[in-house]
Design a protein around this ligand. Structure first.
Ligand code: URA
Length: 432
């Protein structure tokens, strides 16, 4: 962006221009992003502009400039000194999506360095940091030096993004969250990619979720988001590829915090649900490919126990005790099948909201989460059940939360007496 003094505009003119469907100039974008970060453009003005962007859209050129301006609002990290190729993964978020937990140490055990700057959950999708914080002693905040040292020595870091990473996005995302302006492809793509590019990774694999438990409910919109993000990453010199994956049903069996850590450890131990293993291996292969490490076979590395060793080192390096028992909820209730039949479908959104109501998620960003709370499925779509068989287990510290969660899972888990459903594919598309 040249480094010269920014041209100054009136915020209202920039808002009117986008409201009327005009293409914003580079100078307008640079100014408005910087002025908002500095507090010169007010929240209500940025909210109006975000709504105009949501309604009018942006050209590829505008999206690219907006992303660059958000990166320039903070520090761009240089991971050149870590001594191995870097590769990261970003998921657009889903129910039971614990893949970062087994994937990060697995890819590190295959020879890459994985700098995972993660977030906390809001609403029905969980946050990676909330899950890991259920491990006694584990801490999410690292200094820049600790982050780099751990990346060099262990090869795997999952931690909170520092305040200097795309601060414009931090402020804008919080504003979008309360102004109905999250669901805009230009705003989502620039938000995710500004953080990933600023983080300094050399390769990036995007897991773009499709279905009821995801932001993007259909494959066409998800494909459009994926294409926009892949183009932004590639133009910034990051080898970027996206997988479109199914999020109509929860991933694995566990939805919550400690229960998802336990399921991830099962995967690292060579077991775990087939869908979690399949997606972990598919994403690992893409990350290693993008990082130029084509010799390692992640399935072999997983089976050898090396990924588990890497997990234990990663948890210990951040103060956690990988052998400590995980927190358990005080109360458990089993939900059972009302009649004989076949499990037709399990709706990801319904199960995600149930886990959230049980205390696994937060309604406001300052709320605490309950580490032991959540839903543990006992069946997957296609299972045959008899009346009275367990469908899932609800876990909470506060039994008055059972009632609404029970209603939600009763609506989400559909059992009928028709033919078994046709198994759907987890991997929907690949965009490079
Ligand atoms: N995740 C982000 O980081 N930003 C968005 O806009 C949406 C999801």
């Amino acid at each position: 962006m040249g480094g010269g003094a920014l041209v100054t505009f009136a915020a209202v003119d920039v808002i009117r221009a986008k409201r009327d469907g005009q293409v914003l100039s580079d100078a307008q974008i640079d100014w408005v992003v910087d002025a908002y970060t500095q507090g010169v453009v007010a929240d209500e003005q940025m909210a109006a502009l975000a709504m105009a962007i949501l309604l009018r859209g942006m050209t590829p050129g505008e999206i690219s400039r907006w992303t660059a301006a958000m990166i320039a609002s903070g520090e761009r990290m240089d991971l050149g000194g870590v001594g191995r190729p870097t590769a990261d993964k970003h998921s657009t978020g889903g129910v039971g999506d614990k893949i970062t937990l087994p994937l990060t140490p697995l890819v590190a055990a295959c020879g890459a360095a994985v700098p995972q700057l993660s977030g906390r959950g809001l609403g029905h999708t969980g946050g990676t940091l909330d899950k890991l914080e259920s491990i006694p002693g584990w801490r999410a905040s690292l200094t820049g030096a600790e982050f780099r040292d751990q990346l060099r020595d262990v090869g795997a870091v999952i931690c909170a993004a520092g305040a200097d990473l795309a601060p414009a996005d931090r402020k804008l995302y919080a504003l979008r969250d309360v102004t109905g302006t999250v669901e805009s492809i230009p705003l989502i793509a620039s938000s995710i990619m500004s953080k990933k590019i600023a983080e300094g990774t050399g390769a990036l694999v995007l897991d773009v979720k499709v279905g009821s438990g995801a932001f993007m409910k259909d494959a066409v919109t998800a494909g459009e988001l994926a294409r926009t993000m892949v183009d932004l990453g590639t133009a910034a010199g990051v080898r970027t590829v996206a997988l479109l994956t199914d999020m109509s049903t929860p991933l694995g069996l566990a939805v919550g915090n400690a229960v998802e850590v336990a399921e991830s450890v099962e995967v690292l131990a060579g077991g775990g649900p087939a869908d979690v293993v399949e997606l972990t291996l598919a994403l690992a292969r893409e990350m290693l490919d993008a990082a130029g490490l084509t010799d390692a076979d992640p399935a072999e590395v997983l089976a050898s126990g090396a990924a588990m060793d890497s997990w234990r080192s990663m948890i210990r390096a951040q103060g956690g005790d990988p052998s400590a028992p995980l927190p358990e909820a005080r109360e458990t209730e089993v939900v059972r099948a009302a009649a004989d039949g076949v499990v037709r479908s399990i709706d990801a959104y319904g199960v995600g909201v149930a886990a959230w109501r049980l205390g696994a998620g937060r309604a406001r960003k300052e709320d605490p989460v309950s580490f032991g709370a959540g839903v543990v499925l006992r069946v997957k779509p296609g299972a045959t059940v008899r009346a009275g068989d367990p469908l899932c287990e609800l876990r909470t510290d506060e039994p008055d939360r059972f009632a609404s969660a029970r209603d939600l899972v009763a609506g989400a888990i559909v059992v009928d007496d028709g033919a078994p459903p046709v198994p759907s594919s987890l991997l929907i598309d690949r965009i490079a």
